[in-house]
Design a protein around this ligand. Sequence first.
Ligand code: GDP
Ligand code: MG
Length: 255
Amino acid sequence: MREEEIETAIKVVVVGNGAVGKSSMIQRYCKGIFTKDYKKTIGVDFLERQIEVNGEEVRLMLWDTAGQEEFDAITKAYYRGAQACVLAFSTVDRDSFEAIDSWKKKVEDEVGEIGMVIIQNKIDLIDDAVVEPEEAEALAHRLRLRFYRTSVKDNLNVDEVFRYLTEKYLFQINCEVEEEPYNQPKITIGQGLLEAEMNNHVKDTNGKTKEKANGKLQKKKNRNRDDSDTIKLEPSKRRTRGKKSVLQATKCVIL
Ligand code: GDP
Ligand code: MG
């Protein structure tokens, strides 16, 4: 595969109590539809949408649950490998608001710290709201997360949520590359990783060692609980294409 063809793909999980509008949001974003009686799509793991951010094509895979959140039975497979997360509650459901902390914890217990955002959906029902605006803002402030009010019904702020998560993810991976030059001696290599990578050499298909075109390597740490003591080194080109993100010029801040 040529470098130009390598794309960035992001797994996004959408979590929150039942009926806050998670499935509707995924449908809206990926298919452009909203139905009042959305039937749970059993057997479908995720829907996809491709967007362009800072000149980079990114494929978003939005993972839905088949309603099993009601039974607290979301499997680890659902969270595994997630790189971004939407924490959703509903304007007209107090419990869903109070459950945000525990949803955040559940995700982080499985995948460590990833880009997250809090959304208050069904903002079109603001007249029946059971959460004060200040309470929602205080929660976002306490958890240090960006907060959006959305209406999947009126298609308000849905695109913005996913664009923000994508930008945040690209920003983070670019910062990781900047922070860890490929040949820093302090990096500990986990099992199964090639020592040759540290020396900026890779084996070609004939088994010969050759100089890598792009010496930068990327550190991926704690993305997955199972990998927590392994630092993976991968060529940065695997996820980033050609041009550097403009965001790279600024300081890395996670918010
Ligand atoms: P999930 O259980 O979190 O996946 O929730 P669903 O997507 O199944 O939505 C539950 C109900 O809320 C459905 O009847 C949706 O049509 C409705 N719903 C979703 N988003 C909105 C919204 O922004 N406004 C209003 N008024 N209803 C919504
Ligand atoms: Mg659903």
